[in-house]
Ligand binder design. Structure first.
Ligand code: PMP
Length: 290
């Protein structure tokens, strides 16, 4: 991914893609002191940009560091990156990390860096194919207890077990893995939140112990606007037996129907389709927006 044309915003400067490099003794690399965002632009507008910038700063604070750019500065930087890229349908990746001045667990004095890249990512949408649903494995690893890690931060370190779980799932032919929490409740996927539908009611795990996705929050709002009941609660894995529909949500995944999770089967249906369509309408820049 580093051998590309383009420009990356790096500590306030626009640098050629191939030259956006860091030192091997970077604290973020050794000790996981890094946080990031994943956001998407539709029609040249970054969906929920402000919320992503705020979350980035909050994620860093949960890791005990302060990003040396305000939300307004991060917003301006993202706009510049998107404009310079010439893309309208894009994925944006801001990442912040502790630098390389000191080597050791404690590194209070290390400079905090911020970089922002954007690349092309069209919103792939072939409803017929998507409605078949993806297949998920159930991961061996659990989402960590909030007493074990800052579980609600979008911290790079929390993705260590996501990468392992996703690799294991892919090796078995699955698209992704569902992760349980430390108490064995249903939690989320390796990069997306999860929803279930039964008797016209939507059920999703409480997001107090993993990332409360912005897509998750958007879909809950859209569902309630439709008059659908949404219940946020603890969900036991055995309950998956009784759910009719399932889908996952994320900035990258958007609303993706699920057909299988381990031994459980779902049939993506009308409510999932409605929420997929509502989400894709919601992310489009509004013609009359200021
Ligand atoms: N959970 C995890 C672990 C994720 O990486 C993501 C993607 N950022 C999500 C949930 C969904 O978050 P969002 O809807 O804000 O993209």
């Amino acid at each position: 991914f580093d051998e590309r044309e383009g420009t990356i915003w790096f500590d306030g400067a626009m640098v050629p893609w191939r030259e956006a490099k860091i030192h091997v003794l970077t604290h973020g690399l050794h000790y996981g002191s890094a946080v990031f965002e994943g956001e998407r632009a539709y029609g040249g507008r970054i969906f929920k940009s402000l919320e992503h910038s705020e979350r980035l700063r909050r994620s860093a604070q949960l890791l005990d560091f302060e990003i040396p750019y305000s939300v307004a500065e991060i917003e301006a930087a993202k706009e510049l990156v998107l404009k310079t890229s010439g893309l309208t349908e894009a994925y944006l990746r801001p990442v912040a990390w502790r630098g390389s001045e000191m080597m050791g667990v404690a590194a209070q004095q290390n400079t905090i860096h911020l970089a922002i890249a954007a690349w092309e990512w069209p919103s792939y949408f072939d409803p017929a194919t998507k409605m078949k649903g993806i297949r998920l494995d159930i991961a061996d690893y659990r989402r960590p207890d909030p007493r074990t890690a800052p579980s609600t931060s979008k911290a790079a370190g929390l993705y260590m077990i996501c990468t392992i779980s996703k690799h294991r799932a892919e090796n078995k032919g699955y698209a992704d893995a569902l992760m349980l929490d430390w108490e064995d409740n249903v939690a989320e996927c390796t990069g997306a939140n999860v929803f279930f539908i039964r008797d016209g009611v939507i059920h999703t795990p409480n997001a107090d112990r993993f990332l409360n996705g912005l897509t998750r929050q958007t879909v809950i709002d859209l569902a309630r606007r439709r008059g659908f009941e949404v219940v946020e609660r603890r969900i036991r894995p055995e309950e998956m037996e009784g759910f009719a529909e399932c889908f996952i949500t994320g900035s990258a995944a958007e609303v993706t129907p699920v057909a299988e999770i381990g031994p459980y089967r779902f049939t993506p249906g009308a409510m999932t389709k409605t929420l997929m369509d509502d989400y894709l309408a919601e992310v489009q820049p509004k013609a009359n927006a200021a």
